[in-house]
Every structure is written in structure tokens, then in C-alpha cells.
Design a protein around this ligand. Structure first.
Ligand SMILES: [Zn+2]
Length: 229
């Protein structure tokens, strides 16, 4: 059961197309996995469509909603919803699963559609692997695979970090996160993600590099950019 979801504010920005394409990808992938947020997004889309609809009617000074036959009103709303729905980022043959360390992972459709943008896997210290999803723009997005018993050194965030658990689980000082959980952290949060007996595949978005706060990692400046390139 998913415990952590994007805030309603983020979902509204998602619907209105106000987010960076890479953050849209993380939220869209969460929505693929989360019926609760899928419903909320549907409601937001309807509300946005209604307000656009009413604005358009007021502009044209013709019929008011109450004077229109319901079927006609629904058709107009449908048209407005589809013209305001978040743009599908690209249409390419979808990648349905990936194989890592001999294990297969299914990719949710929103992420799978960007399969051809997935870069090479490289190893990061601490039994962690990363592969970038190459989208244009300033923000960075990576698939991050943590083997069982792996950890990322304690760090804080110069900007914001959004993490979506695709498969498996990890924990930090705040909680334990499982399939579908969406975690949004900023400069105020310092944490040390780690896995226990189970490995974990996540999709992680950053708008600034991480800042490592303890141990040797703190001294290795280039380490901060490991997840930001
Ligand atoms: Zn959700």
C-alpha cells in the first residue's frame, strides 16, 4: 500500500503543465502506480476544464452552463480536458522491463515510453548503480539501483529531490518506503537512504546536486555530482 504521494499542489502543477518535463515523468510514473492520485488528477482535470469552460462562456456571452443540454456540455468538457491534459513527453516504442544483476524489473508505462532515453549504467560507491534518463533541461533524472545492504552517504539537498520507489524498499532516518512511494525532500532534510535484505530500484529527480554531509564523501566534491549529470 502506497503511503507517500505528491502534494495536491504538485498534482495541480502537473495537470497545468507547470513542471519541468523530468519532474512530470516522476509524477506521471507515480500516477501509473497509484489509483488514489490517478483519481485526484482526474478530478483536478475536470475542475480545470470547468473553469476554462465557464471563462469561455463568459467571454462569449452566449448560453450559460444551465442552458446547455447535458450531453453537449459533457462533450465540450471532454474536449477541454484532452486539450489541457499533460503532454505525453514523447511517443517511442515502450520499454517494458529492464534486467539488472540478473533480475527483471517491470517499468510503468510513463517511464517505459522513455526507455530509449535511458543511458548506460555505472557503479557508484556503496553497491549503488545509476543510469541517467536523458531529457533536455536543467534538472536531472536517474534510475538508481541499490543492492541489498547498500547505502548512499548522508546528504542534504541544495535544491529539491523527488524519489519514486519502482520496486523493492529502502529506509532513511524518517521512514521506510516501498513500491509506489513518492518522497519529496529539500534543503531542510538530511538523510541516509539504505536498503536492508531487499534491493531497491528507484527513479530520482534532482534540480541541484546533492550535498554530502558526513564521512569521506563530504571531502570528495565530485561525489556530489554523481547523481547530477
Ligand atoms: Zn499517489
Amino acid at each position: 500500500m502506497i503511503k507517500f504521494h505528491p502534494t495536491e499542489e504538485l498534482l495541480v502543477k502537473y495537470v497545468q503543465g507547470e513542471l519541468d518535463a523530468s519532474l512530470c515523468l516522476v509524477i506521471g510514473t507515480h500516477i501509473d502506480m497509484c489509483p488514489v492520485c490517478a483519481n485526484t488528477v482526474k478530478d483536478i482535470e475536470e475542475q480545470v476544464a470547468r473553469s476554462v469552460f465557464i471563462n469561455e462562456l463568459q467571454g462569449s456571452a452566449s448560453a450559460t452552463p444551465a442552458q446547455l443540454p447535458e450531453a453537449e456540455m459533457n462533450m465540450m468538457l471532454e474536449q477541454i480536458i484532452s486539450s489541457h491534459a499533460p503532454e505525453k513527453i514523447v511517443r517511442e516504442p515502450a520499454l517494458e522491463e529492464i534486467t539488472l544483476e540478473g533480475k527483471q524489473f517491470k517499468l510503468p508505462p510513463t517511464l517505459g515510453r522513455l526507455g530509449s532515453r535511458l543511458g548506460h549504467w555505472s557503479k557508484v560507491p556503496g553497491s549503488v548503480w545509476r543510469a541517467p534518463v536523458n531529457l533536455s533541461g536543467h534538472d536531472k533524472i536517474n534510475l538508481i539501483y541499490m543492492a541489498a545492504g547498500a547505502s548512499v552517504p548522508e546528504h542534504t539537498h541544495r535544491g529539491s529531490e523527488a524519489t519514486l520507489v519502482l520496486n523493492g524498499s529502502f529506509a532513511d532516518e524518517f521512514d521506510c518506503y516501498e513500491d509506489g512511494d513518492f518522497i519529496f525532500l529539500d534543503q531542510q532534510h538530511k538523510h541516509t537512504p539504505q536498503t536492508a535484505q531487499e534491493d531497491c530500484l528507484t527513479l530520482a529527480w534532482l534540480n541541484e546536486p546533492l550535498q554530502f554531509t558526513s564521512g569521506v564523501a563530504r571531502l570528495l566534491n565530485p561525489f556530489s555530482n554523481l547523481f547530477f549529470r
